[in-house]
Design a protein around this ligand. Structure first.
Ligand code: CA
Length: 421
């Protein structure tokens, strides 16, 4: 049983919780009483400690110690048959069927940690991070701002998923503040200057965590691409637009992107999202053979971005979008990334690029929402924004809506701190 909508857990879970028994996302956590980071699964308002279950012999896995590391990499490398087996076992242990986890009080209190007592860490040791540009709406909006509506999409855009190699060392888990970067920019008139970015932006994206990699020189055929996907996280690809604009020709983004990338800490698996598969947009022209898929599967995942200033009590939602709008799918991104023989490695993070949808309410960046900073965004407090100001908090959420439950991602959230000058 991969996904039973009627199943309930013995752990009580609120109907709007992102983490019902249908989800079971993986993360890495520690507690003050046990500071060694280890693997856990989110269930309602608890983290189920997988290292405890493994030590007690309650999880059958091919090699011991999969869950006692400070990253999920060993488990990610194990592949889909092991992921499915562990999911079935966890689903059983957490179900309402009487199990030792439910009835052994000491075990239960050791293994089920209240979320407020858990510190969440990055889920994987990420060696490589690649960012794509897979949303047609986003590429069209940005291209229109820079080149006009006639030449909005670059000539290659409809033929391949454009990407660039990002920076893995500055990926942060949700909750870490982000420092406004300094850099070189070109004022409209005058010479280049160095200083804090004046055009700090967010980008709403989906992060794809790679499970098993591929050997150098062996491309991943598109039909096998999803076998290499462990799961998804929400991702904010922070962007300093003024630094980016001055530096990006001819080699693409560099310091305008590499200062920070924030991800949500729980990795939602493809098994959890199985019931939410849907069709991706039709591609015209048809791509080359190595990018052609049979079914063109994507996922119906709602996405929201909220901005909270110091004058707002709750985040103000500025974007509602959906993963289903993406023109290039996860499978196409992986097939393209490896078509030259490039080797993906376990724990690598691939990001889709900003996920905008049709209509202004689905614009996934301030660059689009404020038309390049020419149109003010008015917040309920009366404050206005073109780009982010210091102490603004950006909060991304996402979920797939089931019948009576949600398979959610939790939060991808961070606050902007003033530049160090
Ligand atoms: Ca991006």
């Amino acid at each position: 049983m991969i996904h039973d909508p009627a199943q309930r857990s013995f752990v009580s879970v609120e109907p709007n919780s992102p983490f019902p028994i249908q989800n079971l996302p993986y993360g890495i956590f520690s507690t003050s009483t046990r500071p060694a980071a280890r693997a856990g699964v989110a269930i309602g308002d608890y983290v189920l400690d997988l290292a405890v279950l493994e030590k007690r012999g309650l999880l059958r896995v091919p090699n011991q110690g999969l869950f006692s590391h400070s990253s999920l990499n060993a488990f990610m490398a194990a592949g889909r048959p092991v992921w499915q087996s562990v999911r079935r076992q966890l689903s059983h242990l957490l179900s309402q069927t009487p199990t030792v986890l439910q009835h052994d009080t000491a075990l239960r209190s050791e293994a089920l940690v209240p979320t407020e007592r858990a510190t969440l860490h990055l889920p994987a040791q990420i060696q490589n991070y690649t960012d794509f540009y897979a949303s047609r709406e986003h590429a069209t909006n940005v291209g229109t701002l820079f080149r006009g509506p006639e030449n909005a999409l670059p000539p290659n855009w409809l033929h391949l998923p454009i990407g660039y190699h990002g920076r893995a060392s500055s990926i942060l888990e949700s909750g870490n503040d982000v420092r406004r970067p300094c850099g070189q920019t070109q004022p409209p008139d005058g010479d280049p200057i160095f200083g804090p970015s004046q055009r700090l932006d967010f980008e709403l994206e989906l992060g794809i965590f790679i499970g098993p990699g591929n050997p150098l020189g062996s491309p991943i055929p598109i039909g096998n691409a999803l076998d290499h996907v462990f799961g998804f996280v929400l991702l904010n690809d922070w962007s300093a637009r003024d630094i980016q604009k001055w530096e990006y020709v001819p080699l693409g983004p560099f310091l305008g992107k590499s200062f920070a990338t924030t991800i949500s800490p729980w990795v939602v698996t493809l098994e959890a999202l199985e019931a939410f598969r849907c069709s991706a947009p039709v591609q015209d022209p048809a791509p080359l053979d190595y990018l052609q898929e049979g079914a063109r599967d994507t996922w119906d995942i709602h996405l929201e971005v909220g901005i909270q200033t110091r004058c707002l009590r709750v985040p103000h939602v500025v974007c509602r979008s959906n993963v289903r709008h993406l023109y290039w799918t996860a499978a196409q991104i992986i097939a393209h990334h490896t078509c030259n023989g490039c080797n993906l490695q376990t724990g690598d993070l691939l990001a889709t690029g900003t996920i905008s949808g049709p209509g202004e309410a689905a614009y996934g960046s301030l660059l689009e929402i404020t038309a390049g900073g020419t149109r003010k965004l008015v917040l309920p407090s009366g404050e206005t924004r073109t780009f982010l100001e210091d102490y603004d908090q950006v909060r991304m959420t996402g979920w797939a809506q089931g019948d009576g439950f949600r398979v959610g991602f939790g939060e991808c959230m961070a606050t902007v701190l003033p530049a160090l000058v």
